[in-house]
Design a protein around this ligand. Structure first.
Ligand code: SAH
Length: 227
């Protein structure tokens, strides 16, 4: 690990260039992504591919999301803001996985609450975020359909697994102008949805890229064998 910063610098720069070419425009997002070493989130055997725009296995039949998708979802989540730094207060993430998206989000919100249904992945994410000294994240082993705190108001929600419908009950817990960025659909056809709370009474739903996420499954698991 000691010289990995040096070793991976060039491929990390290439990844950022690729993201720019693929249409990611928000420099705040590109900046955060350039600061998060993606290789530490995957097994050492995959390090040589860690900066390619692909999802990679993290065990338990789950994957780390493609850098483009992480960038796109983050860009959509913060697009109503212009300032730099920690522009949001509370962000909820459903589907922590190995914690890569969580690490990127930690640059934009004072607090991140991230829920993962597979217990060993919660531990893995905790180790990864500790290694990067990221401290503003609360990791929760639970079911993202129900285990978020309904006493909190969120300034944004990112979901990394696909339900059949967006979680309507979360809308009440969004602050005005907050968004839920979420893949919605079946294993055959999913689209990235943005649910924007435009006033206390109204939402707007916009559809973006075709995507391919793992399904959002109910209940939590101690070993991921039901995934
Ligand atoms: N963005 C993550 C990718 C996570 S993959 C990363 O960068 O690593 C999606 C994750 O969602 C998987 O780990 C899966 O176990 C989890 N998941 C699926 N259904 C869930 C649910 N109901 N609640 C919480 N997590 C869930």
């Amino acid at each position: 690990m000691s010289n990995s910063g040096f070793t991976f610098r060039r491929v990390r720069e290439e990844m950022i260039e690729n993201l720019l070419n693929m249409g990611i425009k928000d420099f705040r997002v590109l900046d955060a992504i350039s600061q998060v070493p993606r290789h530490i989130f995957v097994d050492e055997a995959l390090w040589s591919r860690a900066y390619e725009n692909r999802s990679l296995t993290i065990g338990y039949k789950q994957t780390i999301s493609q850098p483009y998708i992480v960038a796109k979802m983050t860009e959509l989540l913060i697009s109503h803001t212009k300032a730099r730094g920690k522009i949001l207060n509370n962000v909820l993430e459903l589907g922590t996985g190995c914690g890569y998206q969580t690490a990127v989000l930690s640059y934009f919100s004072e607090n991140i609450y991230s829920i993962e249904r597979i217990k060993p992945l919660v531990s893995k994410a905790r180790e990864n975020l500790n290694e990067l000294k990221i401290r503003n994240v609360e990791l929760i082993h639970g079911d993202g359909f129900v285990d978020w705190d309904n006493k909190k108001k969120y300034d944004g929600v990112i979901c990394a697994a696909a339900p059949r419908e967006y979680p309507h009950d979360l809308v009440d817990n969004l602050n005005v102008s907050a968004k839920i960025v979420i893949p919605v659909g079946s294993s055959k056809s999913q689209k990235l949805n943005v649910i924007n709370k435009i006033s206390t009474e109204e939402i707007e739903q916009d559809l973006y890229d075709d995507v391919s996420f793992v399904p959002m499954l109910p209940g939590k698991s101690d070993d991921g064998l039901d995934s």
